[in-house]
Design a protein around this ligand. Structure first.
Ligand SMILES: NC(=O)c1ccc[n+]([C@@H]2O[C@H](COP(=O)([O-])OP(=O)(O)OC[C@H]3O[C@@H](n4cnc5c(N)ncnc54)[C@H](OP(=O)(O)O)[C@@H]3O)[C@@H](O)[C@H]2O)c1
Length: 259
């Protein structure tokens, strides 16, 4: 049995992805900071599925954390076939009001760990082809969203990075996918913020975390590039991707924003 490594796999979308991978008989490596949450996730996954779960408590925003993961995987001689980068945080406010330090932390956490982990773990994936990389972005990455300018910029960087990498790694038998969900109510604050910003439409677009995990994993294994769970969110994303960026910026500024 091969391993799937899920950074940010202790909670929310990452945990849902880990669950969908366990259903498909992948052993798991879960990375997050909170050890207790990791242990709870491990216990639950091992109770419900015939898989082994390794946990690594680590702050992936720290410099050299990806090298730590690489050395840890080498020591354990892990046979890695699937890498999911789900670590990230939302950005509810414009950086002009929230300040530079918090905005830069959010930008880095949403971009750098995925890039560093892929760079460091590529040799493991190359040994187990066909192999898969799943980066978690957001529908917010399809448009310039003034109130979440840094968040939408970070998520669009993840989308562009994934597109490029997909073509670069194709010859190695590694498929790259990018998950771009609309609202996913992983915690109470998100539901409240979505309803405030998008009203009725936001609630209709929301997809349950477990369903997001299932769709994300199945479509990644099917080799799909951009993955937007949910019919309404998927239709909206097609329209958003076709509209001029200048018009989108105006619309989001005028009518609200999306997480
Ligand atoms: N929820 C949504 O509506 C939504 C929509 C579109 C896109 N997304 C994207 O999906 C991703 C996951 O969102 P979510 O709602 O599932 O978040 P979540 O429930 O807060 O889970 C985030 C995961 O990342 C881990 N994490 C956070 N900071 C970390 C760090 N510095 N080092 C290591 N692990 C860290 C967390 O564990 P610890 O805190 O213990 O470290 C947790 O396991 C994010 O990239 C988000 O932008 C979310």
């Amino acid at each position: 049995m091969h391993y799937a490594l899920v950074s940010g796999g202790s909670k929310g979308i990452g945990y849902a992805i880990a669950t969908a991978l366990a259903k498909r008989q992948f052993n798991l490596v879960l990375i997050a900071r909170d050890k207790e949450a990791l242990e709870t996730a491990k216990t639950q996954l091992e109770r419900e599925h015939p898989v082994g779960v390794e946990i690594l408590s680590l702050d992936v925003s720290l410099e050299h954390s990806a090298e730590t993961v690489k050395n840890w995987c080498t020591e354990k001689k892990l046979s890695l076939k699937f890498l999911c980068n789900a670590t990230g945080i939302g950005g509810e406010e414009d950086y002009l009001s929230v300040g530079l330090a918090d905005s830069m932390y959010m930008f880095r956490l949403n971009t750098e760990p995925a890039m560093s982990l892929i760079f460091n773990l590529l040799p493991f994936l190359q040994k187990n082809t066909p192999a898969y990389i799943l980066n978690v972005s957001s529908m917010a990455g399809f448009a310039p969203i003034p109130i979440k300018n840094i968040y939408s910029a970070a998520k669009s960087a993840t989308i562009f990075f994934s597109y490029s990498l997909r073509y670069q790694l194709k010859k190695d038998g590694i498929s790259v996918s990018c998950l771009c969900p609309g609202p996913v109510f992983t915690k109470p604050g998100i539901e409240e913020a979505t309803v405030k910003q998008l009203g009725w439409l936001g609630k209709q677009m929301a997809v349950h975390p477990a369903e997001v995990g299932e769709i994300a994993v199945q479509k990644t294994l099917d080799g799909k590039m951009i993955i937007v769970p949910g019919t309404l969110a998927s239709l909206m994303s097609i329209v958003i991707r076709l509209l001029p960026k200048r018009l989108l910026g105006w619309m989001y500024h005028r009518f609200g924003s999306e997480k």
